[in-house]
Write a protein that binds this ligand. Structure first.
Ligand code: CA
Length: 422
């Protein structure tokens, strides 16, 4: 990343300058073909017409799962005119066409106290989804099939499903998925894609053998097809940098005849290798199995400063607002122009900013009460070794596209720069 940051910064600044000086984008034209192995250079990025090159319908997403907890904690968000405005409206105005939201089955303890991380149950997803629909954006539903965070390190079954056989668990996955989506449909929400698991690198819902994972995925897929026939079914993996892993996952899914549309990946550039590798491993899946592919999560810091008194995941580096925008633009261009069947890019938690600027103690009270930190102390009943010990605030406030006051960074303009014409 460090070798290309300066070059990308210059490209971004040029692009921002052009959008500021230009009127509406010109008529849609075909994406310019570039060699599959090309580095993103000034020559390979279509600077003359920066705003109209993406394929129509290209998904430009942002996960804002924490937004309700943030607002309940007193956070306000602004638009580029300095006016207080619904965060989702600001995102829509800036080119975001899809809002992603995670869903946990039951992120509350016996007394109804939230585990934190946004307390993202189905009701929260519906509240966010209705706002996304109101502002003309689609919803990407990310089922974790867990009561709290699911990732390669944890894929714990919901407490209510503990002790179930695989067959019983599959029925539970089906019922939960279908009921959740039917509630979203009843609320008038425009669901465009549904993930049947989150970063499921060989584990899901407490199961760690593919012969036991696949029945659960098949049950989730079947429920999506029935509840939202027009929605895409997505699987989600991470660590694209691990040689051969994605090819192996896709081969396993095919062997078990899983019905899905999109093979999605996380891509955090400080962990997950080069964009060239990402493009190669996703293209291989797309070409071998005829699937669509996308980046379901990406993010990048704009600063090394922490503003909420809870240490950030990525705390040290030569970061800038321009560098953040350049990273997003590079990921979009990689998926759109250099990846077979690349359909979109979704940013992760782009508005998870500090809930206060006075002290850790004041923030901690808000995290505990409203679930606006990554975990509350109440999560100990479900995840004692991690959340129960290290609970606290946002570890990604320096990767948001809003500053500590809730004002959009200039980098937020990158989505409109890449925006397609309808
Ligand atoms: Ca922080």
């Amino acid at each position: 990343m460090t070798n290309t940051t300066g070059k990308c910064t210059a490209i971004l600044l040029a692009a921002i300058l052009m959008i500021a000086c230009s009127a509406m984008p010109t008529q849609q034209s075909e994406p310019q073909a570039v060699p599959a192995t090309a580095e993103p250079t000034a020559e390979s990025i279509p600077q003359e017409e920066p705003a109209d090159r993406l394929p129509a319908g290209f998904l430009l997403g942002m996960d804002v799962s924490s937004v309700v907890a943030e607002e309940n904690s007193g956070v306000t968000y602004y638009n580029f005119d300095g006016e207080q405005q619904d965060l989702l409206q600001t995102l829509a105005e800036n080119g975001i066409n899809t809002i992603r939201v995670r869903v946990w089955n039951d992120p509350f303890d016996a007394e109804g106290r939230g585990f934190g991380g946004g307390n993202n149950d189905v009701a929260t997803a519906i509240a966010i989804g209705k706002r996304a629909t109101q502002f003309g954006m689609r919803l990407l539903v990310d089922f974790h099939y867990s009561d709290f965070w699911a990732d390669p390190g944890k894929q714990k079954a919901p407490r209510a499903w503990e002790g179930m056989s695989v067959g019983e668990k599959a029925e539970a996955v089906y019922a939960f998925t279908k009921e959740s989506l039917e509630a979203m449909r009843a609320a008038g929400i425009d669901v465009g894609m549904v993930q049947i698991g989150n970063e499921t690198n060989g584990a899901l819902c407490g199961e760690t053998e593919w012969s036991r994972i696949l029945p659960l995925m098949r049950a989730g897929s079947r429920a999506v097809r029935e509840a939202y026939p027009d929605a895409l079914v997505a699987v989600h993996f991470t660590n694209p940098e691990q040689g051969g892993a994605y090819a192996a996952y896709a081969k396993t899914l095919a062997a078990y005849d899983l019905d899905y549309d999109v093979f999605g990946s996380s891509y955090y550039p400080y962990w997950h290798g080069t964009l060239e590798n990402l493009s190669a491993v996703l293209s291989e899946v797309a070409e071998t199995y005829g699937k669509q592919v996308m980046v379901l999560e990406t993010a990048y810091p704009f600063t090394d400063e922490d503003t909420d008194f809870f240490a950030n995941t990525v705390g040290e580096g030569n970061f800038s607002v321009e560098g953040q925008a350049a990273l997003v633009r590079s990921v979009i261009e990689t998926i759109a122009y250099r990846t077979t069947n690349g359909i979109g890019v979704c940013y992760w938690e782009g508005a998870w900013i500090t809930v206060g600027q006075s002290s850790r103690a004041e923030n901690s009270a808000l995290w505990e009460t409203y679930g606006s930190g990554w975990a509350s102390s109440c999560a100990a009943v479900y995840d004692p070794e991690d959340a129960g010990r290290y609970y606290g605030g946002s570890a990604v406030d320096n990767q948001a596209m809003f500053d500590a006051d809730g004002r959009p960074l200039e980098s937020l303009r990158v989505w409109n720069l890449a925006c397609s014409e309808e």
